[in-house]
Design a protein around this ligand. Structure first.
Ligand SMILES: [Ca+2]
Length: 92
């Protein structure tokens, strides 16, 4: 595991308040909303969630989270979210 995915792993655990190893849409939204100076509308978050949820079980598993955030084919909003995650990681 490289340093970046280790950081993403700790971010994932901080978003996963219930410790289930999966993020619900609400947990993702709550996490993003805590990021100051970062504002993504609900419609963007819903679209992002759907793209991350590759097996369509309405939860983002750890591997889905990592592969979505590490993907080279990330859309603009995902790049933004990733920067926000980096920011969030620093303040935590
Ligand atoms: Ca899923």
């Amino acid at each position: 595991m490289n340093q970046e995915s280790a950081k993403l792993g700790s971010l994932f655990r901080s978003l996963d308040k219930s410790g289930t190893g999966r993020l619900s849409k609400q947990q993702l939204k709550d996490g993003v909303k805590k990021m100051k100076h970062f504002d993504l509308p609900d419609s963007e978050l819903n679209a992002l969630f759907d793209r991350m949820d590759t097996n369509k079980d309405n939860q983002i598993g750890y591997t889905e989270f990592i592969s979505a955030t590490m993907s080279k084919k990330v859309a603009t909003s995902e790049e933004n979210l990733r920067s926000a995650f980096n920011f969030f990681d620093k303040v935590n």
